[in-house]
Design a protein around this ligand. Structure first.
Ligand code: ATP
Length: 385
């Protein structure tokens, strides 16, 4: 079997597969029964806070670590289990790690051809890749003459040169400034798409994961909580932790019935398979863009209304934190005619016509799930669009 680029595709159609992989270091469980599958030609982001096991997962796939239990397959071929281990150089894997520097004494072209120097077509391949990464006119330059973003594109071309079955990228943009980062991640996405390259990249930046990947896997404490396409994971997160990690999340108490919840803003239709099993007291996910706000013309309402207690401006958007008299706080989006609102202003908050998910007690179950939230302050994470 082959995909449109001519790269071999294993019998499973999966570029990478992890089955029940666990890995401990000195008693610390870095990966806890992780199962993942990357369809050939797609991009997966491993997203999670520091220490959740992202890099360990990548290192296990690359062959730098051996799993304690479970198995790893690359392109349908078993490359690691508790009893077998294919060495990294025989796994057909390309690496773009943050600290994997270019060879400083070699030109751009020589860096790109380094891994294929015995290939008679190496110059043709280098021309093709330099064209792909937009560096066709820079082939003879030396790494120190290039910007950080250009150097990362050379690293990408170098990793792609041997036509790896899968490319692994570990925080590939983290050393770049914000503008370069935004530009390069869009470029890398297009480059990998065009090459139909299977890739897994690690990031702790949810905006990056949502904008670059076809599928996002959210991890915490060595476990994968959910794997889904970016828009799905944002709209229908499986747990409160995922909801909060992929964007700003207001978790508002509600009386949850199958397919709808009664909240202080009125009834809210629920979506997702999990919602059908819910019953009783729960938490309803409301994103900042789910609300409309307006200035309260006569100051505080009789019941106290909502008061702005924080304002966050990030250029393209403004988020306001508002508080009700009973202490309920919300992050709401404030664009257009309410851009000028600030701390101390009184506002009216209404819910738009939306559908969302709720978390809480299962109709059939007894105990309410313990709600675990990311340690990051939601206010610091940006909502994705
Ligand atoms: P970061 O974003 O900070 O790199 P991460 O999500 O990639 O974090 P890992 O580097 O995979 O997380 O680490 C997961 C856990 O395993 C952490 O508790 C870490 O300290 C531990 N760990 C990872 N590698 C080793 C090692 N070689 N020796 C001992 N402990 C390790």
């Amino acid at each position: 079997m082959s995909n449109p680029t001519g790269m071999a595709v294993g019998p499973t159609g999966m570029a990478v597969r992890l089955e029940n992989v666990s890995k401990s270091f000195d008693g610390v469980l870095a990966l806890d029964e992780v199962s993942l599958a990357l369809p050939a030609g797609t991009m997966l982001a491993l997203l999670g806070p520091s220490g959740c096991g992202k890099t360990t997962a990548l290192r296990l796939i690359a062959g730098f670590e051996r799993p304690d239990t479970g198995l790893v397959e690359v392109n349908g071929r078993r490359v690691a289990s508790a009893s077998s281990m294919v060495p990294p150089e025989r796994r057909r894997i390309g690496l773009v790690f943050q600290d994997l520097a270019l060879f400083p004494h070699l030109s751009v072209r020589a860096n790109v051809t380094y891994g294929i120097r015995r290939d008679p077509d190496q110059q043709v391949r280098a021309d093709e890749l330099l064209e792909l990464v937009g560096l066709a006119d820079d082939a003879e330059r030396m790494p120190h003459e290039l910007s950080g973003g250009m150097q990362q594109r050379v690293a990408l071309a170098r990793a792609l040169a041997p036509r790896p079955d899968v490319l692994l990228l570990d925080e590939p943009f983290s050393s770049l400034d914000q503008a370069m980062r935004t530009q390069l991640r869009a470029e890398v996405r297009e480059i990998l798409r065009e090459a139909r390259q299977s890739a897994i990249f690690v990031t702790h930046d949810q905006g990056e994961a949502l904008t670059v990947a076809d599928q996002v896997a959210v991890m915490t404490r060595g476990r994968v909580l959910q794997v889904a396409p970016p828009e799905h994971i944002y709209a229908e997160p499986a747990t409160p932790y995922v909801a909060t990690f992929v964007g700003v999340a207001n978790l508002v108490p509600g009386d949850v019935r199958p397919s709808a919840a009664e909240t202080r803003f009125g009834p809210v239709p629920l979506i997702g398979p999990g919602s059908r099993e819910l019953s009783g007291h729960g938490l309803v996910l409301l994103r900042p863009e789910h609300f409309a706000i307006a200035e309260a013309p006569d100051g505080p309402a009789e019941d106290g209304g909502w008061e702005v207690i924080a304002r966050r401006f990030s250029g393209s958007e403004i988020l306001l934190e508002v508080r009700a008299a009973d202490g309920q706080r919300l992050w709401v989006e404030a664009g257009g005619r309410v851009r000028h609102l600030g701390i101390g202003d009184h506002v009216q908050v209404t819910l738009r016509e939306i559908e969302t998910v709720a978390f809480g007690r299962r109709a059939s179950g007894s105990a309410e799930a313990t709600i675990e939230l990311p340690i990051i302050e939601p206010a610091r994470s940006r909502p994705a669009r």
